[in-house]
Design a protein around this ligand. Sequence first.
Ligand SMILES: C[S@@+](CC[C@H](N)C(=O)[O-])C[C@H]1O[C@@H](n2cnc3c(N)ncnc32)[C@H](O)[C@@H]1O
Length: 195
Amino acid sequence: MWNERYTVDKYIYGTEPNSFLAEHAEMLSGPVLSLAEGEGRNAVFLASLGLKVHGVDGSDVGLAKAQALARSKGVEIQTEVVDLGMYEPEANHYGSVVSISAHLPSAVREKLYPLVARCLRPGGLILLEAYSENQLARDTGGPKDSDMLMTRAKIEREFPNCEPILLRELEREVCEGTYHTGVASVVQFIGRKKA
Ligand SMILES: C[S@@+](CC[C@H](N)C(=O)[O-])C[C@H]1O[C@@H](n2cnc3c(N)ncnc32)[C@H](O)[C@@H]1O
């Protein structure tokens, strides 16, 4: 499904970074693991700040576009095709993990998120933005499956080893290409791995 979506010339989520990420990027340290990186807009932005970025995604078509975007901007990113349902990032390795619109079934999150916390160095940060369950009532993007949508309670439950620095649900204008456009309900989270 994602390869099909990405098989077009244009960048379907645009080439500008997610705005929540851009607003808080100065807090992040490398290396950065970017989950479900897609076409590379966020990884390329972080690399342009001088951070080492490892972008993972299930779509080889998306990641090929990510590498093309990196070349066009004169930066380097590392990409890897992975199934997040099976992925085991290196433990105690990353300064930060970024997860933007990486909507995954709870069965996948249950296995992945403890490994995400484990892959951070002590004091490392996870920065996540996802559509909230309240987005189901809207037609402005995101999966039509509440299991894949987030709430503050889900974040607190699924990241017990990350102290929230910021955790909020809000409505905001999203303007990110073809599929994410309009007022949307999102959950935003920045958590610090407990020592
Ligand atoms: C809505 S796009 C977001 C892309 C990117 N994070 C962005 O903000 O532009 C969701 C991405 O999740 C990836 N994805 C979904 N399920 C996945 C899985 N099980 N394993 C790996 N990637 C997955 C898709 O390939 C797609 O690139």
